[in-house]
Each structure stands twice: as structure tokens, then as C-alpha cells.
Write a protein that binds this ligand. Sequence first.
Ligand SMILES: NC(=O)c1ccc[n+]([C@@H]2O[C@H](COP(=O)([O-])OP(=O)(O)OC[C@H]3O[C@@H](n4cnc5c(N)ncnc54)[C@H](O)[C@@H]3O)[C@@H](O)[C@H]2O)c1
Length: 263
Amino acid sequence: MKKMDGKVAIITGAAMGNGKGIAEVLAKHGAAVILADISDKVFVVEKELQEKGYDAMAVKMDVSDKENVTAGVRKVIDKYGKIDALVNNAGVARLANFLDMDEELRDFHFNININGVWNVTKAVLPYMKERQYGRIVNLSSVTGTMVADEGETAYATTKAAVMGFTKALARETASYNVTVNAILPGYILTPMAESIAKESNPENPQEVIDGIASGVPLGRLGKIEEVGELAAFLASDESSYITGTGIVIDGGSTLPETVSVGV
Ligand SMILES: NC(=O)c1ccc[n+]([C@@H]2O[C@H](COP(=O)([O-])OP(=O)(O)OC[C@H]3O[C@@H](n4cnc5c(N)ncnc54)[C@H](O)[C@@H]3O)[C@@H](O)[C@H]2O)c1
């Protein structure tokens, strides 16, 4: 018996990066996985997972569009009749210093990273409440909740908001056996991390990645499968007494008390 046998899980932003890793690990643990993403690449991931023998269904969805989300969730209910777990993973990050950040770029982050989590949760939760069972896992970050770098005001604000949302919602849903938790990744090697590296050093993004790795106590960036295993734990019955909390997965990157100065 695998820990997600018989469970139906929606993973947003599943076309690449953490979402793809989470979907594959949940499927490996026995879940039927719904891959929700704005990108057509989600159909490639659906095919890949089906070829591995997993139950996977792609739903093209823009999490920032309420109607679109409602229609997508309806399709899932029509096919599976229930939703056991929701992983709110879809997210965006673009660097810009605060004084250069226009409202359009700010709202781009807010609409996907905050309103997206809000919209999908709002559409899914009634089905969980009805069955008195559910697991909601939100992708926050160490950014905004613990640390931050230049250019991250919009992104950091959204990730702190996701943590606040996680706690407040957990309080409300506990009475109907729905747990709500957050994952706080540090540096995970995904297309998002690669594009941030490219933004900071277009000539040599690999140098940025190597530099980051050397500052992480475990000496490397995290893998999407490692985030997937944590998500699977929080999305399964194994985490039944955990709610309203955030779990850091960062290879120790937020740990150092003394900054090394090249010695
Ligand atoms: N990679 C990291 O180091 C890191 C660290 C901390 C937190 N996170 C969080 O993990 C999550 C995933 O990040 P990632 O690094 O895998 O990013 P990524 O850019 O590699 O992938 C993000 C996915 O979200 C999808 N997406 C974007 N906008 C969407 C929308 N409007 N509707 C539906 N799907 C949409 C994209 O198409 C893509 O498939 C994000 O919430 C991010 O904040 C990542």
C-alpha cells in the first residue's frame, strides 16, 4: 500500500520545475494527479507520466483567472468525483528594484502568487469540506518569510502572504478535517531559478548557480524530487496531525550564523 493510493491530487504549475517534480512523486506514491498549468507543456508532462503507467490528467488553467479555475476544477470533479489534495505550486518571480517596479509587474506577482492560490483553494475547498477530508499544501518560500535579496519586493511580499493565508485558513478548516500547510523552499534547481540566474548574470548564469551552491551548507541546490517527497508527505495521511505550519527545505541555506568571508 502506497501512501497516496486512491487519492486524487491537483498540482498547479505542473508543467515544469517544482510542480512537475511534485506531480511525479505524488503519482509514484499512488495518487491520480491533475496537472494544472497555463502552459501547453503540461500536455507533454501528462504524456510522460502516462507512459510511466501513472494516472495523470492535464488541465490547462490560468490560476489568476477565477472562471478558468472553476471550469478546470469542474472537469476534475466530473472525472474523479473528489479531490483529496491540492498543491498550490504555480508561481512567478521577476527581479526588479522597488523604485523601478511598476504596478503592472507588482500585480503580475500578486495575481498569480496570491490570487492564484486564493482562486484554486476557493474552488476546491467546498469539495473537501463536503467529504470532511482534505490536504492543502501551499508553496511559500524562505524568501519573504525568513530572508530576501535585492529585487524581490514583489515576490517576497507574495510568499509571506501565502504563509499568512496558510495559517488563517488552517484555523478555519481544522473543524472539517482539512489540513493546510506550506513548503518553504530555499534554492531548488528549476527553470525559475535558472532564469533568475540569467537575469543576474546574462553572460554566465552557471557562475551564479555555482556561487549559490557554494553558499548552501549541503553544497548544492535542491532537486524537484526532494520538494516532491515533502509535498507527498504533507498531502498524505502521514501528516494527519500537522496543520498551519511551514516546513523549510533549503539544504541549510538559511542556517549560517557567521557569514564566510572567503576563508
Ligand atoms: N525554484 C526555487 O528555488 C523556489 C524557491 C522557493 C519557492 N519556490 C516556489 O515554487 C513554486 C514553483 O517554482 P518553480 O521554481 O518550479 O517555477 P517555474 O517557473 O520553474 O515553474 C512554474 C510553473 O508555474 C506555471 N505558471 C505560471 N503562471 C501560471 C498561471 N497563471 N497559471 C497556471 N500556471 C502558471 C508555469 O507555466 C510553470 O509551469 C513557486 O510558487 C515558487 O515561488 C521556488
